[in-house]
Design a protein around this ligand. Structure first.
Ligand SMILES: Nc1ncnc2c1ncn2[C@@H]1O[C@H](COP(=O)(O)OP(=O)(O)OP(=O)(O)O)[C@@H](O)[C@H]1O
Ligand SMILES: [Mg+2]
Length: 335
């Protein structure tokens, strides 16, 4: 298990501190692909940075800890010492490949810099050259400087760096954004194959619910700095408990269905607002007085299936939700 213990992560800004991950408490089974979804700004990247232990100002871990479950080490590894395990046991494929590669250092050196001095680097690089070809990169690409490669190539280099050393945990932040569908498919297949082979744990952030549906075992849904639902993907996609999850799924087109998707209209609240009650309430078709005033507890409704919604137990069909949603005052077009 990877344990996220009451995590509150903040950014310091000129306006003060803002909690981008606000009270996440979760046990995540290892050896699975964990999809993370939610609209822009809800804290997905911040959560990955906390797990990676990449806490650089203005980001700070205000409270809480991560336990990584590296049992074979016979010791508890926590956020403060996780850096020692970067690349080898935990890797991070960041959202922006441009800002993450050092522009003045050739890629081959960036691949081997963290290795033990006794390692045969030439041998490692030989293997890396063979490996990158699986990602449709020419072997010479690793001898280049980052700026000599296209954005898509750099992104694939990041995927290669994040996976080559077979880490136990891979944190992949939108690894296929900005890539064409053929390359995207190649990367997804590589990640899935690797996960199956090495039984690593992959945290996979994407806005694409279709991709989540295809590759993940578990789904973690975030809304306004909170985890609002967590569970097995097959259950999440067929019987979600949270109205927000339903809406994310509703926005997925299905083949042969040409009616206009409802989508999720409105926007998440600014994290600077007064966030009393359920943060999704202003956009929720099911919201009542209770939701406006009282924050729902994040709890387990069925085995391994958690949600934070006062009405999670009500069994609404998604079609009913869509109808309710269409009639929500916020979604009436202005006269
Ligand atoms: N360096 C920063 N300084 C101040 N606030 C930040 C900083 N980085 C992120 N934030 C804020 O923290 C919140 C969460 O950001 P985060 O990048 O984790 O979201 P995200 O879910 O990954 O979004 P996206 O889908 O756009 O990548 C946002 O409201 C954002 O404005
Ligand atoms: Mg992000």
């Amino acid at each position: 298990m990877i344990r996220l213990n009451n995590i509150v992560a903040t950014y310091t800004t000129t306006r003060g501190e803002v909690s981008a991950v606000d009270g996440v408490n979760l046990e995540i089974p290892t050896g699975k692909i964990i999809g993370i979804a939610g609209e822009s700004g809800c804290g997905k990247s911040t959560l990955l940075k906390v797990i990676y232990g990449d806490l650089i100002y203005p980001l700070a871990l205000k409270t809480g800890s991560v336990q990584y479950g590296f049992d074979s080490f016979g010791q508890e590894v926590t956020t403060s010492d996780i850096k020692e395990y970067w690349f080898k046991r935990i890797s991070y494929i960041p959202q922006s490949s441009m800002s993450s590669l050092n522009p003045v250092i050739r890629i081959n050196k960036q691949f081997t810099d963290h290795l033990d001095p006794s390692t045969d680097k030439a041998k490692v690089l030989e293997d890396v050259r063979a490996y990158v070809q699986k990602l449709d990169l020419p072997p010479e690409a690793i001898d280049a400087y980052p700026h000599q490669l296209s954005g898509g190539m750099r992104q694939r280099i990041m995927v290669a760096m994040g996976t080559f050393f077979n880490p136990d945990i891979i944190l992949a932040d939108e690894p296929t954004t900005a890539l064409d569908v053929v390359v995207q498919k190649g990367i997804l297949l590589l990640l899935m194959g690797l996960q199956e082979e090495t039984k690593s744990t992959i945290f996979f952030v994407s806005h694409d619910m279709g991709v989540h549906y295809q590759i993940t075992h578990k789904m973690l849904i975030m809304y306004a700095a909170k985890v609002v639902e967590f569970g097995d993907s097959d259950i999440i996609f067929t019987e979600p408990l949270h109205p927000y999850t339903r809406m994310l799924i509703e926005s997925l087109p299905t083949i042969g269905d040409d009616h206009l998707r409802t989508g999720v209209s409105g926007r998440p609240p600014s994290l600077w607002e007064d966030l009393t009650g359920c943060r999704f309430a202003p956009r929720c078709p099911l919201a009542t007085e209770l939701c406006q005033t009282t924050e729902p507890e994040f709890k387990e409704y069925r085995r391994g299936h958690f949600a934070a919604c006062h009405y999670a137990e009500n069994t609404y069909q998604s079609s009913e939700i869509a109808i309710l949603y269409d009639h929500h005052p916020q979604n009436q077009s202005p006269e």
